[in-house]
Design a binder for this molecule. Sequence first.
Ligand SMILES: C[S@@+](CC[C@H](N)C(=O)[O-])C[C@H]1O[C@@H](n2cnc3c(N)ncnc32)[C@H](O)[C@@H]1O
Length: 334
Amino acid sequence: MITMTNLYEIDDSRMPLRLGSALRVPSYAYSKWGINGNEEYLRKLSEEAYRAEWADGSPRQMQYVSAAMQNSGYGDFPQILRKANARAVSRLVKKFPGKVVIADVGAGESTVTIFDRLEDEDKDRIHLTLIEPSVERIEAAAAKLEMRGFSDFDLVVGSDLGTLQQLPAIPQIISYVATLHHHAYLDEPAQALYRTLQTGGFLTVADWHNPMWEHPNRVYEFLQTLQWKTKEEDLEAFAEKFPLVKRKADHIGDPYQRKAMRLIQDFWRGWAAVRREAVERGEFDSRDEIFMLEGHRPFVSEQETMSNAGFSIAEEHRLLKDSELLMLGVYQKI
Ligand SMILES: C[S@@+](CC[C@H](N)C(=O)[O-])C[C@H]1O[C@@H](n2cnc3c(N)ncnc32)[C@H](O)[C@@H]1O
């Protein structure tokens, strides 16, 4: 059945990795992907396209993501993001006297990593709000906090856009680890976060950044480097669906962005291998799936959106040498 959401996707079921909907790429690249129409409607559709991946996601998803990068000979990238974020949060907590409310959006291992990194004296004066659409994942994080003897937290099941206006307590710190890029349009969450945060408070965003998804030609050229049975047919369908595929994308001038693009391609190669092995073991199920077309964007683009929403840029940290694949941005509501 053709619905509006799958209007921008091909049948990727025989491919070694799933593409998902092009509605998930950064909204400023939509014209390159041939996506146009009523903006309000596209915003709604893009959020729906993301929901499919995460709301029913399995805890194994993140284990496979870690394995994909390690298989390619790199570090545990999700954990690098969590640790950098936790270091920043544990430092920022010290700026506030008394009770401090910390909200972790896309809660999970990142929340537990924050808690573990806090100094003991701060563990006694924080309240954590966990926001996460997957019930299974939020409950797993809550169980880990309880195992540590910590119970001063709320669980908010839902997405950021669906819950930020009605949090049980106003946060001084909001943290996102590998989660903010799950929006094609970043301006809406940026504005909602600005409204939600206490004045003087901080937003920490540890996330993946690269320019891969800004042009279908970059994806097409990468797919050509992979091998699978129905490759010719699938690539033809891709080119038919996204006519700019065969037009060369702009050269990427920034060397940190260029390297980030190479690394994200290595990640997807690693993912294809991890996925194939799990399928062969009969272990992979549809809830473990992640989709390739996504909202990663160059770091400067995230910073621009945050500034437009009113935030001042307090800190930026590159977490890998020579590449902006993993970045931590700290933003303040002044
Ligand atoms: C890549 S995982 C990272 C999980 C966790 N932050 C960590 O580092 O362990 C992304 C998480 O964000 C959640 N997520 C996706 N879109 C979201 C949204 N709009 N609002 C809140 N959470 C979202 C997903 O369910 C998923 O658990």
